[in-house]
Design a protein around this ligand. Structure first.
Ligand code: RAT
Ligand code: ZN
Length: 430
């Protein structure tokens, strides 16, 4: 029989594992950049070790003041992180174990007493080959970047004629517009747009003109914003006006989804710089109202608080213009991914996007995906096993269909991203 029913539990587990590990995924939210962005594209051991997740952990074990740490250069910081978290302590946390997975993937010693070997390895890599190797190891077909239209360094690349690596796609980030309107209004004025901080006059048209220009340049797959835990919709603030008068009309006009990432409490400890953000439980009702009032707009959503995860699944059952995605930031740990993925499978079947990496440094793709795939595979096996116990065995083809749907098809269809073969045909035809 070509596609036998998988009635043996051991064989079922093996097949689920194999398919989950080898099915290419689209990484729908990262902070990576295509190679064409030059220095913005971060890789190598010093960058990996100075990831903000690891900096926060270092301060829990090293006797170093914040001031002293921030005065150090990057290699000095990386040396301190290595000594503190990997030599003087066992790398038990998820972010530290991630480094071990990466070093291992490249045949480097994860128990080395210093960084000499790792530094010389990463220094000797050819950038293009290294990119290919990392994407291959992570089994990632496409990477979605986070693109800030107000970032001058990025703008230079978008404004040049560089053709961006086709595996990398843009996402138009709107944090400055929605979370820092006063300063952004000043910035837009200085760029020659006729905007007024009070939102009068031609402000709406001018902000839209600015965004239209960047949409034409970046061709983003979606617009995105991270929102605080106290996000309200409707809200009696400027953010509400910008959402209603700028973001939603643009989403309709350009047929762009809107990704909302809710629950960040920025700068809980500013002395930690970027590592100083925390989280809070948000009101899911705000997202429900956003989805309910705008049935013609598609929303991608992720929440930072564990306490919001079940409500998000229930909201997605009520609104089919809502796509839950990823286990974000502080949730990107095996125990929590397992819980969230099971909850989502039970409430939504395969109609969600299980994970994104949030990678900031290229090689993180390897560990973030390897670790997540292991947990997703276990959760999926459990679901198929329960189904088997109820009297319905599945085939390998069905498992492949489900995993492909969750790892790429759900996103492709949501944002109208054709498969690379279709895209190539379209280029040839036009
Ligand atoms: O996960 C992270 O690295 C955070 O610092 C944030 O960037 C977050 O993912 C975001 O996109 O705001
Ligand atoms: Zn992010």
């Amino acid at each position: 029989m070509l596609n036998p029913l998988l009635t043996d539990r051991l064989e079922l587990r093996r097949q689920v594992e194999e398919i989950t590990n080898t099915t290419p995924t689209i990484d729908i939210h990262t902070h990576l950049f295509a190679p064409e962005f030059g220095k913005m594209n971060l890789f190598g051991i010093d960058e990996l070790l100075t990831y903000h997740y690891l900096i926060a952990e270092t301060f829990r074990s090293a006797e170093v003041s914040y001031e002293r740490f921030w005065q150090m250069n990057r290699p000095q910081q990386a040396d301190l992180v290595w000594r503190t978290l990997f030599v003087e302590n066992t790398p038990l946390s998820e972010a530290t174990r991630g480094i071990v997975t990466v070093l291992n993937a490249f045949g480097l010693d994860p128990a080395a007493s210093d960084l000499r070997e790792a530094r010389s390895f990463f220094r000797s890599q050819d950038i293009t080959e290294h990119h290919n190797r990392v994407l291959d190891l992570a089994c990632v077909s496409d990477v979605v970047m986070t693109n800030d239209p107000f970032d001058a360094q990025e703008a230079k690349v978008w404004e040049s004629d560089a053709s961006i690596d086709r595996r990398f796609h843009a996402a138009l980030r709107m944090d400055r517009l929605l979370n820092d309107w006063q300063n952004t209004a000043t910035k837009l004025s200085s760029l020659g747009y006729k905007v007024d901080a009070g939102f009068g006059g031609e402000t709406v048209d001018e902000v839209r003109r600015f965004l239209d220009k960047w949409i034409a340049r970046m061709n983003p797959l979606y617009m995105a914003v991270s929102l605080p835990d106290d996000f309200k919709f409707p809200g009696a603030d400027m953010r509400d006006r910008i959402i209603r008068e700028v973001v939603l009309p643009i989403a309709r006009e350009h047929k762009l989804s809107v990704a909302v990432m809710v629950g960040v409490r920025r700068r809980v400890n500013p002395a930690l710089h970027m590592a100083g953000d925390g989280l809070g439980r948000a009101d899911l009702g705000a997202l429900e109202r956003l989805c309910g009032e705008n049935p013609d707009v598609r929303f991608l959503a992720t929440f930072l608080s564990r306490e919001n995860q079940h409500e998000l699944c229930v909201a997605a059952r009520k609104f089919n213009n809502l796509m839950p995605f990823g286990c974000w930031w502080f949730l990107n740990n095996p125990s929590i991914i397992a819980e969230i993925t099971r909850e989502r499978l039970e409430l939504l079947g395969p109609s969600f996007i299980p994970q994104h990496s949030d990678a900031r440094i290229l090689e993180q793709l390897v560990y973030k995906w390897q670790h997540s795939r292991r947990v997703i595979s276990e959760s999926l096996y459990e679901s198929y096993e329960q189904l088997l116990s109820s009297g319905r065995a599945v085939t390998r083809a069905e498992i492949q269909r489900d995993v492909t749907r969750m790892f790429s098809v759900n996103f492709r269809e949501w944002v109208n991203l054709p498969t690379s073969e279709v895209a190539e045909e379209q280029v040839l035809i036009s």
